[in-house]
Design a protein around this ligand. Structure first.
Ligand code: ATP
Ligand code: MG
Length: 558
């Protein structure tokens, strides 16, 4: 399956490679997550990029877990990552790989480097190693263990693996150049001793490879052509190349691009994990999180994410993308696909005093104003309705074109004009019910006498309505850059990021809404049934508002 070629500098590199037959016409990419958290929207950029290149160029795409750091990894993360990649459409066929499956081969490669005099066992502890490493300005100093013989190194490496030494007591290091201008080349660590249970290899290993050592080997073993990573790894590329050159094995091309950064959120897995563990959110898939599972739960579609990533593009310049662009992508996508429904989030009862008791009319309402193929559904109308409390004001200003004492509005779908005759208040003085009249001659939305009304509001028939809890999500942080130095991101959480409306009234068609499938609540926004939703206990999430309303909300909370 191929698709139109993307236009960015990496596709240009691929085009050139195809022309020169650098990889014999092959394009083979991979997405290499570490299973130490759930995937976030930044990862979606990498998946769309890597899978997008494979798809557009008739190539292959691997999903490979970089599970080299057992302390933080977990099967739960493996499962969620597989589900998220599939949901996004990333087709890895039968090419699901784990770095841990290569541990034996990696070890053999390490022995090869030791034999070549290019790696040695070092007894410096972490702190001593830091001292020896030097700085940007100052060259490093050779480890006193750097000149161990090949025999001694082979013996010690074997004993490291066999578990003879304590955690952290020794490392295996590449023997490169302690004076290199690139700190990554100052004899980097290849293996460290860590007695940690691995979610796949169990207790078989007590030495684990470093990222830099492992990553190129994984790419090489899988015959990846273009090993795409984010810009922070640019300075690691000489090391990537050094390892593969010294081993004389198949050697992919590492290419760096700028990572996706979004404002009003954090994307570090460590910080996301803290939000989950400290219960600032309800879980990794809490719809306020920037994770893929949260976006899915909130009602975002894979198509919207692809569109967003396409629009953001692939460059080598770091920038921060406005989260409003993600919201716009969701709006555009849902605008086309979401059927229209009526839902009243803050119900206010309306009694139409001149409408016959017990009478029910049914209106055929279109599911989408611009797409007749989406069909229609029946909407019941009766003497008692709910309208949204925000569509009524006791003392409305002139420009308020909705309902107020003595004012007339049109009802969506039915077309009827209603006029507010009386306001019923409770002991506390709150409005609890409106007594209105309906002009039966205005059915369909036109008055025979030609009089006009400015406002049209939505409603649901009270006896037919179904109850629901509606969760309104907003940005998780009030600050544009919660990561900014000198601030604690947890103190910048938006206290209004979740507003629960427990008593919403929905038109009955919504009782059967499928989980996560977008609907538009007319005049209100895009919503979907939440994972928690059950018949009789419906729960809806707001995916995104109809228009960008953040500016207003931000001003209010100041
Ligand atoms: P960490 O290394 O701190 O655990 P990470 O986000 O780099 O976090 P990985 O599992 O290593 O996590 O990421 C998998 C892949 O996704 C990597 O190839 C990485 O380059 C890419 N990636 C991660 N974050 C982003 C981002 N914000 N934008 C684009 N690509 C990203
Ligand atoms: Mg990483």
């Amino acid at each position: 399956m191929t698709s139109p070629k993307p236009s960015h500098f990496i596709q240009d590199i691929v085009d050139e490679d195809l022309k020169t037959q650098r990889w014999q016409g092959r394009v083979h990419t991979r997405f290499p997550p570490e299973p130490n958290g759930y995937l976030h929207i930044g990862h979606s950029k990498s998946i769309c990029l890597n899978f997008g290149l494979a798809r557009a160029n008739g190539g292959l795409f691997n999903l490979r877990f970089d599970d080299t750091n057992p302390a933080k990894e977990d099967q739960e993360y493996v499962d969620s990552i597989i589900a998220d990649v599939k949901w996004l459409g990333g087709d890895f066929g039968d090419r699901l790989f784990f770095a841990s499956d290569y541990f034996e081969q990696m070890y053999a490669f390490a022995v090869q480097l030791v034999k070549k005099g290019k790696a040695y066992v070092c007894d410096l502890n972490a702190e001593q190693m830091r001292e020896h490493r030097g700085t940007f300005e100052k060259p490093g100093i050779d480890s006193p263990f750097r000149n161990r013989t090949v025999e001694e190194n082979l013996d010690l490496l074997g004993r490291m693996r066999a578990g003879e030494f304590a955690d952290g007591a020794k490392t295996l290091r590449a023997k490169i150049d302690m004076a290199s201008g690139n700190i990554n080349l100052r004899d980097p660590v290849m293996y460290r001793i860590i007695r940690a249970h691995h979610h796949r290899t169990g207790d078989k290993w007590c030495i684990y490879p470093s990222y830099d050592w492992a990553h190129g080997l994984e790419d090489s073993l899988e015959k990846i052509t273009h090993s795409i990573c984010t810009l922070e790894f640019e300075n690691h590329r000489p090391l990537y190349d050094w390892f593969l050159n010294e081993l004389g094995v198949y050697h992919p091309q590492q290419i760096e691009f700028a990572r996706l950064n979004l404002n009003y959120t954090v994307m570090s897995k460590r910080k996301l994990l803290a939000l989950v563990n400290e219960k600032h959110v309800r879980g990794w898939d809490d719809p306020r999180m920037p994770t893929i599972s949260a976006l899915r739960r909130r009602g975002c579609t894979p198509e919207a994410l692809w569109k967003f990533n396409e629009e953001v593009g692939v460059t080598r310049i770091n920038s921060v993308i406005d989260v409003g662009r993600l919201e716009n992508a969701m709006r555009d996508d849902l605008g086309k696909r979401a059927p229209r429904r009526m839902a009243v989030l803050k119900p206010l009862k309306v009694v139409l005093e001149n409408y016959p008791e017990g009478q029910v009319e049914e209106f055929e309402a279109s599911n989408h104003p611009e797409d007749a193929s989406m069909g229609t559904r029946k909407v019941q109308f009766s003497r008692e309705l709910y309208i949204d409390a925000d569509d009524f004001m006791v003392d409305p200003p002139k420009k308020f074109f909705r309902l107020g004492p003595g004012r007339e509005v049109r009802l969506k779908v039915a077309g009827y004009f209603i006029t507010c005759k009386d306001v019923v208040k409770n002991a506390a003085g709150e409005v609890v019910e409106l007594i209105c009249t309906v002009d039966l001659a205005t059915k369909g939305g036109e008055a025979p006498d030609g009089r006009k009304v400015k406002g049209t509001i939505h409603w649901v028939s009270a006896p037919h309505a179904v109850n629901a809890e509606v969760r309104l999500f907003d940005r998780l942080f009030v600050a544009e850059n919660p990561d900014a130095e000198g601030k604690d991101y947890k103190e910048l959480l938006n206290p209004h990021s979740l507003v629960v409306l427990a008593d919403a009234k929905l038109e009955p068609a919504l009782a059967h809404a499928k989980i996560s499938e977008g609907v538009q609540f007319e005049r209100v926004g895009y919503f979907c049934a939440d994972l928690d939703s059950k018949p009789g206990a419906l729960v809806f999430n707001r995916t995104v508002t109809l228009k960008d309303s953040w500016a207003k909300v931000a001003a209010k909370s100041e």
